[in-house]
Design a protein around this ligand. Structure first.
Ligand code: SF4
Ligand code: SF4
Length: 362
């Protein structure tokens, strides 16, 4: 009896290896990722990996929590009663949120098994510089994605309990409109947040199909519900630096953006990693700024960044700044809140990043 179960297990592993070599039968897309979990060569989360924020929230949400929030601080941002336009925008937001939810739970797995149709040696014939040029043009012209990075993924930033198929990442960034984010915590900012999640999710799905046609095996990951911690990933790809609220700060958009990666099998593009000193002055600026102390209604941002892992290869450390358990009730009640995104000086754009950088470097 025991022998039978061992044989069954080994047969299962062989079948998965077959899938991974893309020579076997076509598995259904939804099951594809699950089936790869015990396969050698797969990139798995480690003991030191961070936990997915929602898990903490689910374990915590206490009914009486809302009464402990600093509601008076949110009043400073609420300038008028809900109008007909607000209600209309809310309906459109729900539509975007449903689209994003579908993208996160179903669509991103669609096409995953299509990697089987990409020949094993196809990547060897790719001219990385030419495809990179075409890729940036395609992403910008078709999807409005303005920033792309490419890097190797440190295993310690794969979220606990997860695994991904490939070890290199293209990191895509989509801007959220400033005039709409300035409406935070009103309906337009909530709409823009959900629109960006939904739109960027569709973009990485479509760009993955495009990449496969070029001979690149890949796995897209939706901006909602990532398998990897996106802010350190974008930092590793040289795109920006983590702000005090945990979000990414980029020179172009400050905190007004969403991030989504596509994992690929081979390092066919040049890495966009930058020397950390390019951005590390932002830490010192945040220490001076601390605007969230007064403004965050959830009291969700910690006074100093708490380092919880400082041994990550090529990144060095992971810091926790935002308490999602405190942020979440405000985020849900006020259209995605986003006050911290709006008040961050970097989010103003118009060259403010370079002005602050110059001051901090002198
Ligand atoms: S989104 Fe969360 S962290 Fe940001 S201001 Fe609102 S409650 Fe605070
Ligand atoms: S608001 Fe100030 S403290 Fe917060 S991330 Fe922006 S610069 Fe840093």
């Amino acid at each position: 009896m025991k022998k039978k179960s061992v044989e069954t297990k080994s047969r299962k592993i062989k079948r998965v290896i077959k899938y991974l070599r893309f020579t076997g039968e076509t598995p259904t897309d939804k099951k594809f990722l699950k089936k790869t979990i015990n396969t050698p060569g797969i990139l798995k989360a480690t003991e030191r990996s961070p936990m997915y924020g929602f898990e903490k929230i689910r374990n915590f949400l206490l009914d009486n929590f809302m009464s402990r929030l600093k509601w008076e601080t949110i009043d400073n941002h609420i300038t008028e009663k809900k109008t007909f336009k607000d209600r209309l925008v809310k309906i459109l937001t729900i539509r975007q949120a449903l689209g994003a939810g579908k993208g996160m739970t179903v669509s991103q797995y669609r096409g995953l098994s299509k990697n089987i149709e990409v020949p094993e040696e196809a990547y060897m014939h790719i001219d990385g510089a030419t495809v990179w040029k075409e890729l940036t043009t395609y992403a910008r012209e078709k999807w409005g994605v303005q920033k792309i990075g490419f890097t190797e993924i440190p295993r310690d930033i794969i979220l606990k309990g997860n695994h991904i198929l490939y070890k290199y990442a293209l990191v895509f960034i989509e801007e959220m409109r400033k005039d709409w984010m300035d409406d935070a915590p009103h309906a337009l900012a909530g709409y823009e947040t959900m629109r960006a999640y939904n739109h960027l999710g569709k973009a990485v799905l479509d760009i993955s199909s495009w990449l496969r046609k070029k001979g690149v095996r890949c796995q897209p990951n939706h901006p909602l519900g990532g398998l990897v911690s996106y802010v350190p990933l974008a930092g590793k790809a040289g795109l920006g630096w983590q702000g005090m609220n945990g979000l990414l700060i980029t020179p172009e958009f400050g905190q007004r953006q969403r991030i989504a990666p596509i994992y690929i099998e081979h390092p066919i593009f040049s890495y966009t990693d930058k020397d950390p000193t390019e951005f590390s002055w932002i830490e010192r600026y945040c220490e001076i700024c601390k605007r969230w102390l007064e403004e965050c209604p959830g009291d969700a941002i910690q006074d100093t960044k708490k380092i919880y892992n400082n041994q990550i290869e090529t990144i060095g450390r992971l810091a926790r700044c935002l308490d999602p358990i405190k942020c979440h009730p405000v985020f849900s009640k006020f259209d995605g809140c986003s006050i911290c995104v709006k008040i961050c000086p970097f989010s103003r754009g118009n060259g403010i990043y370079q002005i602050i950088k110059k001051k901090m470097k002198n």
